[in-house]
Design a protein around this ligand. Structure first.
Ligand SMILES: Cc1cc2nc3c(=O)[nH]c(=O)nc-3n(C[C@H](O)[C@H](O)[C@H](O)COP(=O)(O)OP(=O)(O)OC[C@H]3O[C@@H](n4cnc5c(N)ncnc54)[C@H](O)[C@@H]3O)c2cc1C
Length: 239
């Protein structure tokens, strides 16, 4: 059986290693084969972007050699897929090769789509890609105090990240000695401060204790970079 995994991110690696352990005997007997097609020979640890955005980690520290993260039985090719031919059970790669399969796993992750919200990519900082996290740190270093809105829409990668970045920003401003000059406001799209009820029950009094203001049922509709305001689909706005 030929198992083909497209994408060497967190999901692809966990699945490939789990399968390799479970199919150990079949792999050694030549009855099964696991192949991974990856877009890069380096694995990027996405969670570390939170630390890059606050200057607590260098971008390069978040990379590991892809090969070393995989069980030795897994065949790895750094050659991204360009075309899926599901009716023929095969894929074609950028390098021009064709890989047939019996079972296919598509683990190519998700993409950030800031362009879907007017003025968001031009007027807001984001930490969900390396480039944007590095840019956010640059902007933070220039920041000398004022009002910061920590806002998130749905869907987003990692349910904890919006809360984490908000509390991390507070520590960052404290460390810089500008906490007193900075107001932090948090918005969240549903009717409480986090999708998990128990997390919301913890986070809400923490916000109040730490002087972070918050607004729920706020789904970002547009950013007005000139007026320095974000508006929600619910008809409210926050400066
Ligand atoms: C700031 C931040 C904090 C996070 N914190 C946590 C946390 O605390 N806990 C947690 O569980 N999760 C956390 N996450 C979420 C976690 O990183 C993702 O859920 C996880 O990386 C998703 O794994 P994935 O394999 O689906 O996608 P990805 O990790 O994005 O991997 C997809 C891979 O597919 C590759 N690819 C794309 N197209 C092709 C193609 N055509 N051919 C071949 N390869 C291709 C990409 O290059 C990439 O390597 C966080 C994410 C972020 C951004």
């Amino acid at each position: 059986m030929k198992i083909l995994i497209v994408g060497g991110g967190m999901g692809g690696i966990i699945l490939a290693n789990n399968l390799a352990r479970r199919l150990h005997e079949e792999l050694h007997a030549g009855k099964a084969r696991i192949t991974m097609l990856s877009a890069s020979d380096r694995h990027m640890y996405q969670r570390g972007l939170l630390y890059v955005a606050l200057g607590r980690m260098m971008p390069d520290e978040r990379y590991r050699d892809q090969r070393h993260l995989l069980e030795t039985e897994i065949e790895l090719h750094v050659d991204p897929v360009e075309e899926f031919s599901l009716d023929q059970n095969q894929v074609r790669t950028k390098g021009g090769k064709t890989y047939p399969y019996d079972e296919l796993v598509i683990a190519t992750g998700s993409r950030i789509f800031l362009e879907g919200t007017p003025d968001l990519s031009e007027s807001a900082e984001c930490f969900y890609t390396e480039q944007s996290a590095v840019h956010m740190f640059k902007r933070l270093q220039e920041f000398q105090g004022g009002r910061v809105v920590s806002s998130v829409g749905v869907p987003h990668r990692c349910p904890m990240a919006p809360l984490e970045i908000t509390f991390m920003l507070l520590d960052y401003f404290k460390d810089r000695g500008i906490r007193e000059k900075t107001q932090i406001h948090y918005t969240y799209p549903i009717g409480r401060t986090h999708s998990l009820e128990n997390v919301a029950k913890w986070a809400t009094p923490e916000f109040e204790r730490l002087g972070i203001t918050y607004e729920t049922l706020f789904n970002v509709k547009e950013v007005d970079g000139h007026g320095k305001v974000i508006r929600s689909g619910e008809g409210t706005e926050t400066p």
